[in-house]
Design a binder for this molecule. Structure first.
Ligand code: OMP
Length: 223
């Protein structure tokens, strides 16, 4: 793990963003751990996640994009702080780059439309979201990009839970790569969390996480 990844997991644990227990996921799965990015509210930890996103994007060998889309609601502040960090780290490349976010409800007065911020039209769009489990949330963002005339360029996540989709054996990552030919990067994965938990949690709790990982593990895409 790189320093910024280890630091982010540690801070997420300290700020109760990463928690262990019994949780029911959006997909209905019962999970022994949960990552709540809604708790990225203190300045230090929000700064840390922005730094990690920016570093992950800069380190990505094959990511070329013109605008960042932060899906409502949790993606909005995350995209905003990340574009600021990117502009600080590489002003020539990112200083004038814009970000955008969607409204949950369509507005029919004022400027109208479904998105706020930079226009997606004709642009290569990087979706910046928090967590991917079975891929439902990401699909909604892709539909939005299509509707606004943008082109999907890739996805940047905080956590890849490395799970298969609900009706398939493979992951949404494999599906997106196959369908769109674009990369998906995450700052951390479930494997990193297991590694972190090993020094912190009792054996029986680690076993629960490892059993969960095995049960929902994504397999290679069937041709
Ligand atoms: O419900 C989840 O799967 C989930 C797990 C987790 O650890 N953290 C978390 O925030 N989620 C929520 O689930 C969404 C991703 O799940 P999918 O839409 O199934 O990929 C996230 O955008 C969150 O709303």
């Amino acid at each position: 793990m790189k320093d910024h990844q280890a630091r982010l997991i540690q801070l997420s644990y300290e700020n109760k963003i990463l928690t262990f227990g019994d949780f029911t996921l959006k997909s209905g799965r019962k999970s022994p751990y949960f990552f709540n990015s809604g708790f990225f509210c203190a300045g230090d930890v929000l700064g840390a996640v922005a730094d990690s996103y920016a570093q992950t994007i800069i380190d990505a060998p094959d990511l070329e994009f013109d605008i960042i889309l932060g899906p409502a609601y949790k993606g909005i502040p995350l995209a905003a702080v990340t574009i600021v960090k990117l502009a600080e780290k590489d002003p020539a490349k990112y200083g004038k780059m814009e970000y955008a976010y969607n409204r949950k409800e369509k507005k029919d007065h004022g400027e109208g439309g479904n998105t706020v911020g930079g226009s997606l039209k004709g642009k290569r769009v990087l979706i910046l979201d928090d967590v991917m489990t079975a891929g439902t949330a990401i699909r909604e963002s892709m539909a939005l990009i299509n509707a606004e005339g943008g082109i999907l360029a890739g996805v940047a996540l905080i956590l890849d839970r490395q799970e298969r989709m609900v009706d398939y054996e493979h992951s949404m990552i494999a599906q997106v790569k196959k369908d769109y030919g674009v990369p998906i990067y995450s700052i951390i994965t479930l494997d990193d969390i297991v590694q972190f938990a090993k020094g912190k949690l009792p054996e029986e709790d680690i076993k629960k996480i490892e059993d969960y990982r095995e049960k929902y593990k994504a397999h290679p895409i069937a041709e």
